[in-house]
Write a protein that binds this ligand. Structure first.
Ligand code: AMP
Length: 406
């Protein structure tokens, strides 16, 4: 069988991220990011092996950025694409896995748009542009929420009037599903368990952060909720706050919903706690070492709340085969891992300091001490997961009998 190729696309309102992945190779053949779309300064930076170049997207159109992918793919792929995989943030309750895009799937993505107003409309644009450029091959949607559709009602329901759930979809959905699925699958390989098996607590810590309890390849609970604001402290997002905060700020300061929304999503988290110093964990770790009180507090709150979330999610599992750290912070910050695990001594978890120090290349590894349950650092690779899910869907479709017309 030929080494199949998938183009992975993640379309934002002003950006288009892409990666060309082959079935057999660990690294992308080509990857890049078009930014500042919607302005006259649109630009697409890309790299393939050692080659790095950029293309101006002067009309700022998503369609122009998408069309400029075609010659690049011809140059580096040397064979036809098998499929295009589209990352879509919100699939509501419609999707439990990868889905071949057709009119029904497009309508369902649109139906979920009120739950992700910043993401789903942009991703629909990306799908439509891509279908015009890459014709005659399957386009497949992969949803951040799909992995968490296995959560039981006691984990996904809010204690709110029932009609808000049944008529308006108000429930916990969870996000970062592609990453939680990828690292928990890798963990079973790393620990020599049956593929896809094991009871894991995963922590995806990047600009957005979430935890997940995974049992034998199924998400049983996760820290994010109806939107990606719930749960952990993040770069600029508050995570959990008292739900009465909204009415308190409206009554006492006269803030309107937009202002509160903006504050919770863009001015809070590490940025807010560090007195506006930074949303970047690297800057905060360096400032903490120099005695910056705000940076110190931000790091402490981040790690404590993360540990509290992991401890809470443990109740979803029958045992703990391992705790997994991933994402930019999870993979690269020994300090965050150390401070977090210190709060989890109750579970017998302890870190080996030498193993915790970040080696060059940051490969997947175990960092627990002595008799501690496994603590794993596993670099995430969402594009690889998307590629694998696309190809698995095509393989499944190829083995299913064609439906006979009545
Ligand atoms: P991601 O969204 O997964 O790319 O993660 C981005 C975040 O990773 C940034 O906000 C940084 O705070 C964090 N990060 C990257 N490298 C390091 C590092 N060496 N130490 C601490 N945090 C890091």
């Amino acid at each position: 069988m030929t080494d199949r190729l998938v183009l992975v696309i993640n379309c934002g309102s002003s950006s288009l991220k892409f990666a060309l992945r082959s079935e057999s190779e660990q690294k992308p053949l080509l990857s890049g990011l078009a930014e500042r779309l919607g302005t006259a300064d649109g630009v697409m930076n890309w790299k393939a092996g050692d080659i790095r170049e950029h293309v101006a997207i002067t009309d700022g159109k998503h369609s122009t950025a998408m069309a400029s992918l075609l010659p690049l793919i011809e140059r580096f792929a040397h064979r036809p694409l098998t499929a295009v995989g589209h990352r879509v943030v919100h699939g509501g309750e419609h999707f439990t896995g990868a889905s071949l895009i057709d009119d029904e799937v497009l309508a369902a993505i649109e139906d979920s748009a009120p739950l992700a107003p910043l993401h789903n409309p942009a991703q629909l644009t990306g799908i439509s542009e891509a279908r015009q450029v890459f014709t005659d091959i399957p386009h497949i949607a992969i949803f951040d929420t799909a992995f968490h559709q296995s959560m039981p009602p006691h984990a996904y329901r809010y204690a709110l009037p029932e009609a808000l759930y049944s008529q308006h979809g108000v429930r916990r959905y969870g996000f970062h599903g592609t990453s939680h699925r990828f690292v928990s699958t890798q963990a079973s390989l790393l620990m020599g368990l049956e593929p896809g098996h094991g009871a894991w607590l995963t922590a995806h810590l990047g600009n957005g952060c979430s935890t997940c309890a995974v049992l034998d390849g199924k998400s049983l609970d996760t820290s994010m909720g109806m939107t990606p604001l719930e749960g952990l402290v993040m770069g600029t997002r508050s995570g959990d706050v008292d739900p009465n905060l909204h009415s308190h700020l409206a009554r006492t300061l006269g803030w309107d919903l937009e202002r509160i929304d903006n504050m919770l999503n863009r001015e809070s988290g590490l940025l807010g706690l560090s007195e506006g110093l930074s949303n970047d964990m690297r800057t905060l770790v360096a400032a903490r070492a120099e005695g910056h009180a705000g940076a110190s507090l931000a790091v402490e709150v981040f790690c404590y709340r993360l540990a509290r979330s992991l401890a809470g999610l443990a109740v979803a599992l029958p045992r703990i085969d391992g705790v997994i750290f991933t994402g930019g912070i999870g993979e690269n910050s020994p300090l965050v891992r150390e401070l977090t695990v210190r709060h989890l001594a109750l579970f017998g978890l302890a870190i080996d300091p030498a193993a915790n120090a970040t080696p060059p290349g940051n490969p997947a590894r175990q960092i627990q001490a002595g008799n501690s349950p496994a603590i794993l650092v596993i670099p995430t690779d969402e594009e690889r997961q998307i590629t694998e899910e696309c190809l698995a869907l095509l393989d499944l479709a190829a083995t299913q009998p064609v439906e006979q017309e009545a």
